[in-house]
Design a protein around this ligand. Structure first.
Ligand code: ADP
Ligand code: MG
Length: 367
């Protein structure tokens, strides 16, 4: 089922009695979510992810704009009639019911022509439990389960009605690191097996990048960029997106272009074409540095962090906009941190420049 968001906007009235400033939680969101894909809705806390998801679910009404499931306009349709499965951060299971009863619950509430007989309901509940691999736990109460198991029950409960659309709001946030990894892979597997169009909300860029077919990066209610995770990482539209994706994060410098050369501080880093003289912000991915004793970028090394296969060289540079510059290089490299400078060349496709005022990307060609 494809989902179309058309000029979707949500404005909340002011909560503060002293000011009447309203909050534009979601601002003119346009996107066609392809059928059967998993979309990661990504951005910092407060950027409008949940509000977008709640509008898709029908829990909140848009201030303006429309939502379509396939060709059906569902904007005015109630949550119950949209055919969605919802999973939240806190599993919200009924504590007094067993796992089986929790999963059965949405089916028992079906009315009229949708009503199912008892055996069909039990079969469906068992199938959903099997899909999330908790079929051994059906007679337990939620309090007798780990966090990861509880979240699986919540996912089974969302799947049991065979929804057209699955909506997940930070479903892994309450799990510990290992379980988070495991459960996100499970969600991906289940999504692929069922082919249900899924919107997955998270503030965790790595989580979104690792499981999504496409990511949508949001900031203060406004979509910044939509694309395949690798494409967005490799080709960020603006400084915000460049900074939001990647661990360790991108290194940011103040720089300038003069006569076709890009400078970081006094270092003439690269000859570039088609950019007029101006001050710019320069971003270099940690993996974009190449150790080179004649390299143009001179940083002062402070220490080396061992990461196993790679090492991270921590250094400083006067033009850096962050306290530290972090490069990642192969551990086989000999690094002398007692020398005055560590010198780098920069891989051209790992360096981006941005307009100093608008922070929009400036595209260039390498000479
Ligand atoms: P996210 O899920 O990305 O953290 P939300 O969608 O929850 O962000 O919130 C987006 C913005 O809308 C925030 O500024 C938040 O304070 C505001 N907001 C969310 N829900 C309400 C509400 N019911 N009333 C007023 N403001 C709200
Ligand atoms: Mg939220």
């Amino acid at each position: 089922m494809k989902i179309v968001l058309q000029n979707l906007t949500k404005i909340f009235p002011s909560r503060n009695k002293k000011s009447d400033e309203e909050v534009v939680a979601v601002n003119n969101f346009n996107f066609e979510i392809p059928d059967g894909k998993l979309i990661g809705l990504l951005g910092p806390s407060g950027c409008g992810k949940s509000t977008t998801l709640y509008m898709i679910s029908g829990l909140q009404k848009p201030s303006s704009g429309k939502i379509f499931f396939g060709n059906d306009d569902v904007t005015e349709l109630s949550t119950e009639n949209r055919g969605i499965g919802l999973v939240f951060q806190n599993y919200a299971l009924y504590p007094h019911l067993t796992v089986k009863q929790n999963i059965l619950f949405p089916l028992q509430n079906l009315k009229g022509k949708d009503k199912l007989d008892k055996n069909t309901m039990l079969d469906r509940a068992y199938e959903a439990a099997k899909l999330v691999q908790i079929e051994q736990l059906l007679d337990r109460k939620p309090s007798e389960l780990s966090g990861g198991q509880q979240q699986r029950v919540a996912i089974a409960r969302a799947l049991v009605k065979m929804p057209r659309v699955l909506l997940l709001d930070e479903p892994l946030s309450n799990l510990d690191a290992r379980l988070r990894l495991q459960t996100r892979e499970e969600i991906r597997r289940i999504q692929k097996e069922t082919g249900i169009t899924t919107v997955f909300v998270t503030h965790d860029q790595e989580e979104a990048m690792s499981i999504s077919d496409m990511i949508v990066v949001m900031k203060t209610g406004v979509v910044q960029q939509i694309g395949k995770p690798q494409d967005v990482y490799d080709d960020p539209a603006n400084l915000f997106v460049a900074k939001f994706l990647g661990t360790p994060p991108i290194n940011v410098f103040s720089g300038h272009v003069k006569g076709g050369t890009l400078f970081i501080g006094g270092d003439a880093v690269m000859d570039i074409q088609t950019v007029a003289d101006q001050e710019v912000v320069v971003g270099i991915r940690p993996e974009g540095f190449v150790l080179d004793e004649n390299g143009p970028l001179k940083c002062k090394p402070s220490n080396v962090e061992v990461m196993g296969r790679d090492v991270s060289i921590v250094s400083t540079h006067d033009a850096s906009l962050n306290p530290l510059v972090r490069s990642i290089v192969n551990a086989d490299n000999k690094i002398n941190i007692s020398s005055e400078y560590v010198r780098y060349a920069v891989k051209p496709h790992k360096i981006f420049i941005f307009n100093k005022e608008t922070e929009e990307r400036i595209y260039f060609e390498v000479k």
